[in-house]
Design a protein around this ligand. Sequence first.
Ligand SMILES: C[C@@H](C(=O)O)C(=O)SCCNC(=O)CCNC(=O)[C@H](O)C(C)(C)COP(=O)(O)OP(=O)(O)OC[C@H]1O[C@@H](n2cnc3c(N)ncnc32)[C@H](O)[C@@H]1OP(=O)(O)O
Length: 177
Amino acid sequence: MASLLKAVEAASGAVGLFFRLQTSAPKVKALSTSQSSHQVAGPVWNLGRLNHVAIAVPDLEKAKAFYEKVLGAQVSEVVPVPEHGVSVVFVNLGNTKMELLHPLGNDSPIAGFLQRNKAGGMHHVCIEVDDINAAVMDLKEKIRILSEDPKIGAHGKPVIFLHPKDCGGVLVELEQA
Ligand SMILES: C[C@@H](C(=O)O)C(=O)SCCNC(=O)CCNC(=O)[C@H](O)C(C)(C)COP(=O)(O)OP(=O)(O)OC[C@H]1O[C@@H](n2cnc3c(N)ncnc32)[C@H](O)[C@@H]1OP(=O)(O)O
């Protein structure tokens, strides 16, 4: 009789364990699912089209005349953008634009670049993003952003700049599409 009782006890223990495992398994799964989606998620944003390539030039009128008269491109008038310390000429290329940049004011961010590159040269590329605030939140954990608060750029949309030393030697501007 005693051995029969022991056998029943052992069996009910095993059944209890089976049910405990069964009921606890989905909880563990749910927890790990929610944990992994939490880790992967983060701010969601996507890179879009190339908006423009910017060239710093020592003589804006000369550069404008080159693109207009020699290459036959459609160019804008000179547009002062004092918030960014530059004067700009837009060169329309159909699938994208070029921006010819010249320093404006005393503290232009392109003055140092032109001192180092007297004949001018490629200054930055600008790529559109679908959510600039999400891009800032995400990228500031990974690389240097030159100004966390987006400024209104030459096309009337918020922009930020990423440090060239963290972008393969190229200054990258992100613009809200
Ligand atoms: C109108 C608006 C729009 O399109 O909407 C615009 O375009 S505004 C366009 C103008 N605005 C901007 O560029 C804003 C963001 N830029 C900045 O904050 C600055 O220009 C920096 C990128 C931080 C560079 O500052 P700064 O000229 O004082 O030079 P720095 O001596 O600190 O440079 C640190 C290192 O970066 C390099 N470096 C500097 N400018 C560079 C550039 N454009 N492309 C590639 N590398 C560059 C230097 O050679 C140096 O390398 P070594 O250490 O090896 O010597």
